[in-house]
Design a protein. Structure first.
Ligand code: SDX
Length: 435
């Protein structure tokens, strides 16, 4: 009989000891199974922000923050970035393996055939003010999809779950592009089945009924890369939101809408928009880069170096390294007189000074995926307010893959954390005239 590995926990106040099982991963950090802790020893664990908590078992994505490693299904992000496409990565995240030629062609055809939206969804957009942030529109419209597909989905049926996954991956570019078109008073553009996934999105964003449009192939490839790099990232805040929402067996479209809302925050997916606003402020101000570095270090100043730092990566974010190189290539493609070069040069100056400054080095604060991605999107003509929408569009496959994994996980239960209560002790009600 294989000896179970355990850790012994002793409660020094009572002398009681319990054995907690160690659960070993295929790769990375082992975990202590604390599911019996409350029942056997009468304690909760306390871990705000979940710095030391594994919320689930997953085989989709592996991160090693100390070594700066990111793998989808065991494939290094650097190799997927160089050789794969976003739709091939979608297949990998959903199924756990790379497709063969027939499987990839079949998957691409399914996605291409689900890009249209119900015509009634168009009317949802006109309910928003013209200056509504596209992320607000995305939260509303994606959530509304649950009104269009609610009865048809049996979330315990694997085929129904795959149909929902295909619908979401296919329709997000249309929903995203239409949020841009609506905000700019432009006619909605329909998907074009003859175009690739990234090319179709750029076409829906920028084509005009008045003249032919063809997206710059360099932009198409750069956008496909950005979507690959943003496709999944283990149990980040928005993915954990989708898992927690989905754990109550809520409609998957509503769960994805909750993930979009979480991603919107500047501490998470909203950082790419904040990075550009920070770089523009630096370029337009009469202060030098060191002034902003000093503000980021000042505890009394809320200013942070946006695009820097990461909960997991205590090394360079591998995605940032890839995006930095692509950013440089794209600006070269645009030529030296491009208007974004100064932002890129400022970003590199910030990075150079920060990585020589003990405040950042001692806290393992490196550029993350958001630090350079915004410059690429800006150079493609994508407006600031659409940056996090592109992130959401890309991360949808990660969210729905984790949702699918959770629903089929026999250990999965409704998520219901406990708390460390430090409120009032029991007391009697005081009548109003006696307070
Ligand atoms: C994403 O989780 C994921 O995987 C997310 C993501 C994904 O793909 O899903 O990778 C995408 O969200 C990337 C992160 C984008 N956010 C930003 O770039 C915003 C700026 N970064 C920070 O706000 C911060 O670094 C976080 C939110 C990313 C991480 O916060 P943590 O892990 O809670 O770290 P912390 O706030 O406890 O910081 C540790 C120390 C603190 O100083 P001390 O209290 O030790 O003195 O580092 C400091 C912080 O003040 N610090 C920064 C800083 N980030 C952390 N100081 C200045 N500038 C920063 N950017």
């Amino acid at each position: 009989m294989e000896q179970k590995e355990t850790v012994t926990l002793t409660d020094n106040s009572t002398g009681k000891q319990i054995e907690l099982p160690i659960l070993r991963p295929t790769n990375g950090t082992p975990t202590i199974d604390v599911r019996g802790l409350y029942r056997e020893l009468g304690y909760f664990t306390y871990d705000p922000g979940f710095l030391s908590t594994a919320s689930c078992r997953s085989s989709i994505t592996y991160l090693d923050g100390n070594k700066g490693i990111l793998q989808y299904g065991g494939y290094p992000i650097e190799q997927l970035a160089e050789h794969s496409t976003f739709l091939e990565v979608c297949y990998l995240l959903l199924s756990g393996d790379l497709p063969n030629e027939r499987e990839l062609k079949q998957f691409e055809t399914i996605i291409t055939r689900h890009t249209m939206l119900h015509e009634a969804l168009k009317r949802f957009y006109s309910g928003f003010r013209r200056d509504a942030h596209p992320m607000a529109i995305m939260v509303g419209v994606v959530g509304a999809l649950s009104a269009f597909y609610h009865d048809e989905i049996d979330i315990h049926n694997p085929e129904d779950r795959m149909i929902a996954a295909h619908q979401l991956i296919a329709k997000m570019p249309t929903i995203a592009a239409w949020s841009y078109r609506y905000a700019n008073g432009l006619p909605f553009t329909y998907p074009d089945n003859s175009l690739s996934y990234p090319d179709n999105f750029l076409n829906m964003m920028f084509s005009m009924p008045t003249e032919p449009y063809k997206a710059d192939p360099f932009f198409v490839k750069a956008l496909d890369l950005i979507m690959i790099l943003h496709a999944d990232h283990e149990q980040n805040a928005s993915t954990s939101t989708v898992r927690l929402t989905g754990s109550s067996e809520a409609n998957p479209f509503a769960a994805i809408s909750a993930g979009i809302a979480s991603l919107w925050g500047p501490a998470h997916g909203g950082a790419n928009e904040s990075v550009i606003r920070m770089l523009v402020d630096i370029v337009e101000s009469d202060k030098d880069v060191q002034y902003y570095i000093d503000r980021a270090k000042d505890k009394n100043d809320r200013f942070r170096l946006m695009g820097f730092g990461h909960r997991i990566y205590k090394n360079y974010d591998p995605r940032a390294r890839i995006i930095r190189k692509t950013c440089h290539e794209l600006l070269e493609h645009l030529g030296q007189d491009n208007e974004y070069q100064e932002l890129f040069d400022t970003a590199m100056e910030l990075e150079r000074i920060a990585l020589e400054d003990d405040y950042f080095v001692s806290r393992n604060l490196y550029p993350n995926v958001d630090f350079y991605s915004g410059i690429i999107l800006l150079a493609m003509g994508i407006p600031l307010t659409m940056f996090t929408v592109i992130f959401a569009l890309s991360r949808t496959v990660g969210w729905i893959s984790h949702w699918n994994e959770m629903i089929q996980d026999p250990e999965s239960r409704i998520g219901r954390p406990r708390q460390l209560y430090d409120g009032a002790l029991p007391r009697d009600y005081v009548p109003l005239n006696k307070r």
